[in-house]
Design a protein around this ligand. Sequence first.
Ligand code: NAI
Ligand code: A1CAB
Length: 288
Amino acid sequence: MLDNKKIVFIGAGAMAEAMISGIVAAQTISPEHIFVTNRTNTSRLKQLQDQYGINGIPNGELQLDQVDVIILAMKPKDAATSLQSIRQIIKPHQLILSVLAGVTTSLIEHLVPAGQQVIRVMPNTSSKIGESATALAKGQHTTKQNLSWAKHLFECIGEVYVIREEQMDIFTGIAGSGPAYFYFLIEHMEKEAVKAGLTKGTVREILAQTLLGAAKMIQEQEESPAILRQNITSPNGTTAAGLLALREYCGGEAITQAVHQASNRSKEISRQLENSIQNMNIPTAIEI
Ligand SMILES: NC(=O)C1=CN([C@@H]2O[C@H](COP(=O)(O)OP(=O)(O)OC[C@H]3O[C@@H](n4cnc5c(N)ncnc54)[C@H](O)[C@@H]3O)[C@@H](O)[C@H]2O)C=CC1
Ligand SMILES: O=C(O)[C@@H]1CCC=N1
């Protein structure tokens, strides 16, 4: 158990559920110390409460002073409005963890009381089964102790990497969004295999095992991915034919662009949020 701290998720979507599920399964924080709220959908809160034994609390009834850690899990576009509604009641000791893609710690620090401790987090949806690759980047006021606490919390949903804030966009491009690229690949491979007569269920198993095996090879073998790929590729063999098609259809460039565009979008989200905050005339960084 992590020092009996109480945590609240503001936002009850897919990402909050993936994290709640991982934390509850790992028994890192007791379910009665976990709270979740959302904008209006109370049946969603009840579903999370029933499924995980946590507390689903409608927005207006949340007593924020009960908690030690506030996890921002709404969409980036909703962050300013949400933080504006709670900023006056945030307590100096409360640690703010934000999973909002593309939103910098400095932007959040501007929307909460001055001196507040903020950590930017980028998990992925594999949190749900304890296999996320999660990055943490600390804000300017965050203590080593709180960073270490957050690292322990997210270790229960997978591997954790502490990186610098400016590395968050590329991390988001490869790991936050990364599972989607692998699913996309699987979707295409599955389609061809089913067309050729294998059943969907069998194909799913085969592709999962193939991906898992390749992932473990990357983890456990010393060779680079390029060498591992070459080891499969016999001259004039099947893999050579497959890779030639990938090159002919610019597969490599497509992947490069996917990572590049996701990372760029991450940068753009903060710029857009900054603009909308300016338009909303929200006063920033109130003094404690
Ligand atoms: N889905 C993913 O793979 C990942 C998502 N993220 C980030 O996680 C965040 C949430 O994403 P999803 O769960 O996919 O979104 P979602 O749309 O499924 O859930 C958003 C939740 O926020 C709530 N919300 C909106 N405004 C609110 C307010 N003012 N007060 C309280 N609750 C409010 C909504 O009611 C909803 O429950 C996003 O910022 C996203 O960038 C980060 C890493 C991976
Ligand atoms: O698509 C998104 O914005 C979120 C962030 C990383 C994965 N999904």
